[in-house]
Design a protein around this ligand. Structure first.
Ligand code: LLP
Length: 409
């Protein structure tokens, strides 16, 4: 992440020193790099250039409207999973013909909203959902473009809580059910089966499960003889949170995707989330207290699991960087924890760390995806501010939530 780096021991985001920002903004706050987001999007897009896919940024990864506006400007569409996300995307200016809507539990209200906004595809996840969409479309006298989501029963090596493509997972239709749905889909007069979609999980670091998925799709297309206008290959592309992790090699996969696209004469859709925003943000926080434990020191931050859930929820590893580096060593192991009254409100433990003092500032790394969007008001803590850097300029893209508005609800 060249947009977040040290210059002479000071942590910078683009051209701005984080230390300098501390006089402007109260910690904790999310701090993004706009160039980082643009760079990642273009990198992803260039990788699949030959296939000219529609890239629908997965809004659940980061739903800040200003970030959606940045992505809109460079051509991104959006993958949404709720009426709320759909409204945010529309507000950001992303056009409905670039929006796809997934999710196993869409409500009538959400379906009506999607239909009224003429979005590109509603990606259906069950036969009963299709029946409901057909009924609502009939009442609204419309013919609706849908995609049908496949559960390919593929085990993608990732954390068990973020795998979505195995038979035991709630997402999509099994191969057999999907084939029979396709063969009977003509009966649903108000629907147009325009797409097949699939998403096998998140934070996947190997190309193999994606390749296997293409094979299953081949098989289905052969059996149903349907010429789908769109094939939505989902998201799931991992990033390297740990130093030793291997980066996913998309070149080989992109060649296979292009072969597939040509053979089936379809348009490709991708729904990346993490790969676009994951490494583009840090969470700046203060060491509120240092406390000696029996065999380690606790650095108690003013950011907690309510602000950033990934560690508590998935045992995720996020490094914590000092805002100003020094060359002294801390005595003994150091564990960064948060203020929330839960044992799982902790971030990372280091056996060796630089000398840390109370009131020092640190930055939790790689928090751009599923950071702010997963945050909550647990322990009645207000949602924290989000700030974005563009070269030498900073601007607030979400104000810290007003505590009064929170307690007056
Ligand atoms: N499309 C669908 C249908 C999805 O369910 C997801 C993510 C994506 C696209 C985007 O996946 P990505 O490219 O970001 O991997 N909160 C978890 C991740 C949950 C992912 C849920 N679905 C985390 O923090 O790791």
């Amino acid at each position: 992440m060249s947009f977040i780096r040290y210059k002479k021991n000071n942590l910078f985001v683009e051209n701005v020193s984080v230390k300098r920002l501390l006089s402007k903004f109260n910690t904790p706050f999310y701090l993004y790099s706009e160039s980082g987001i643009i760079k990642n999007y273009n990198l992803f897009s260039n990788n699949f250039k030959k296939s000219k896919p529609l890239i629908c940024f997965s809004v659940k990864a980061n739903s800040n409207i200003q970030i959606l506006k940045v992505l809109k400007k460079i051509g991104s569409g959006a993958d949404v999973v709720s009426g709320g996300e759909l409204l945010r995307v529309i507000k950001s200016g992303i056009k409905p013909n670039k929006i796809v809507f997934s999710g196993v539990g869409k409500t009538e209200e959400e379906i009506r909203l999607a239909i009224k906004n003429n979005i590109l595809l509603i990606n259906v996840e069950s036969e009963n959902e299709a029946l409901l969409i057909n009924k609502i479309a009939g009442k609204l006298k419309k013919k609706i473009a849908i995609g049908i989501r496949l559960n390919p029963d593929i085990n993608a090596p990732t954390h068990k809580k973020i795998s979505t493509g195995k038979a035991e997972d709630k997402f999509g239709l099994s191969k057999t059910n999907l084939i029979s749905f396709c063969l009977n889909s003509k009966k649903l007069k108000n629907l147009r089966l325009n797409a097949i979609s699939v998403h096998i999980g998140s934070q996947i670091l190997s190309e193999n499960p994606f390749k296997k998925t293409l094979k299953v799709l081949e098989e289905i297309i052969k059996k149903t003889k349907i010429n789908f206008k769109f094939v939505d290959l989902g998201g799931g592309f991992g990033i390297t949170y740990k130093k030793k992790e291997r980066k996913i090699n998309l070149k080989n996969y992109s060649n296979l995707v292009e072969k597939f696209r040509k053979k089936h004469n379809c348009n490709i859709i991708f729904e990346p989330g993490r790969a676009i925003v994951g490494d583009t943000a840090i969470l700046v926080s203060k060491v509120q207290y240092l406390k000696k434990g029996s065999n380690k020191t606790f650095a108690i931050l003013n950011a907690g699991m309510n602000d950033f859930m990934r560690v508590a929820l998935y045992d995720a590893v996020h490094n914590i960087m000092p805002v100003v580096k020094n060359s002294k060593k801390n005595k003994g192991p150091l564990e960064f924890v948060g203020p929330i009254c839960e044992t799982t409100c902790k971030f990372i433990k280091y056996n060796k760390y630089q000398k840390l003092n109370q009131s020092d500032y640190v930055a939790i790394s790689d928090v751009g995806a599923y950071g702010a969007s997963l945050s909550s008001n647990y322990n009645t803590k207000p949602l924290i501010a989000e700030v974005i850097i563009n070269k030498s300029k900073s601007r607030v893209i979400r104000k810290k939530q007003d505590i009064k508005s929170l307690i007056n609800q």
